[in-house]
Write a protein that binds this ligand. Structure first.
Ligand SMILES: Nc1ncnc2c1ncn2[C@@H]1O[C@H](COP(=O)(O)OP(=O)(O)OP(=O)(O)O)[C@@H](O)[C@H]1O
Ligand SMILES: [Mg+2]
Length: 253
């Protein structure tokens, strides 16, 4: 299968601190790719580089064969994103907020209703954004990302603040997207059971390094070879991170 997103040795340094350290990702077209890592591992920074929100210090990013900075506009037209907490006009309704994005993207009016429906917000479309609950704001952010059904979706912790029903619904929605319109999804989350259920491929980051990339099956085989429990993604993830942290400490001593 073709890759929709690739990075080659992409690196982000803040002064002398390596937030993202020579990472090469391969995200297949039409797949759901789960990007995992403890707090501060470099997930959001990686996503920001894919969106052109921050420039790599070294290395290369390609989306659908296009590269920054030359193809910036073409790339941004292809990506819907939800990075950290979405921001809205508090005194406008959910529907009005989406309509602003719709106009910028020059989409038909029906795109707003379509997106509200997709995220289960249709009946709350006329409520002011400031009156939305945390989970409703997250859904509205997702609706904004989905406007125009972009071929690539980059979602940074999209289930942040959602209740178990919301988490379940958003997972079902994300899972349905590749079939619905061939979308490629890059998603980060700390809820490993959700990632385990929806992701085709997994990337595991720790301290800016990519420790693993591959399918869940490949991760299981990798874990078994290393003598780790391989029943759940969470076990494998924790073992892999702990092992890396231990060898880092040994190297530093
Ligand atoms: N603008 C910045 N200036 C300096 N350091 C930064 C900046 N942005 C991020 N960092 C650092 O880069 C590292 C990676 O941060 P990043 O936000 O990518 O982590 P993350 O994997 O998304 O973590 P989380 O799970 O908490 O969201 C962290 O140590 C963070 O403090
Ligand atoms: Mg983050």
């Amino acid at each position: 299968m073709d890759n929709m997103i690739t990075t080659e040795q992409v690196t982000k340094k803040y002064k002398s601190f390596l937030a993202v350290d020579h990472i090469s990702l391969h995200i297949r077209k039409g797949s759901i790719y789960g990007l995992l890592g403890p707090n501060g591992a470099g997930k959001s920074t990686t996503m920001k580089m894919l969106l052109g929100l921050t420039a790599p210090t070294e290395g290369m990013v390609a989306i659908d064969g296009k590269q920054f900075p030359a193809d910036r506009i073409a790339i941004l037209k292809e990506i819907g994103s939800l990075i950290e907490a979405p921001s809205f006009y508090a005194n406008l309704t959910g529907r009005e907020n989406l309509d602003i994005i719709r106009r910028i993207l020059e989409l038909p009016q029906s795109a707003v209703e379509d997106a509200l429906e997709l995220v289960g917000l249709s009946e709350f479309g006329d409520r002011l954004a400031k009156e939305y609950s945390l989970g409703m704001k997250q859904r509205l952010g997702l609706a904004g990302a989905l406007l125009g059904r972009p071929p690539v979706l980059i979602l940074d912790e999209p289930t942040n603040g959602l209740d178990p029903f919301g988490i379940h619904e958003i997972r079902n929605l994300i899972q349905s997207l590749p079939d619905l319109y061939g979308c490629t999804v890059l998603v980060s989350s700390h809820i490993l059971t959700e990632i385990e259920r929806m992701a085709d491929d997994i990337g595991i980051l720790n301290h800016g390094r990519l420790l693993f990339e591959g399918s869940l099956d490949e991760l299981r085989q990798h874990a078994l070879r290393s003598g780790f429990a391989a029943d759940h993604l969470e076990d494998m993830f924790l073992s892999m991170i702990e092992k890396d942290n231990t060898s880092r400490k040994e190297r530093n001593n």
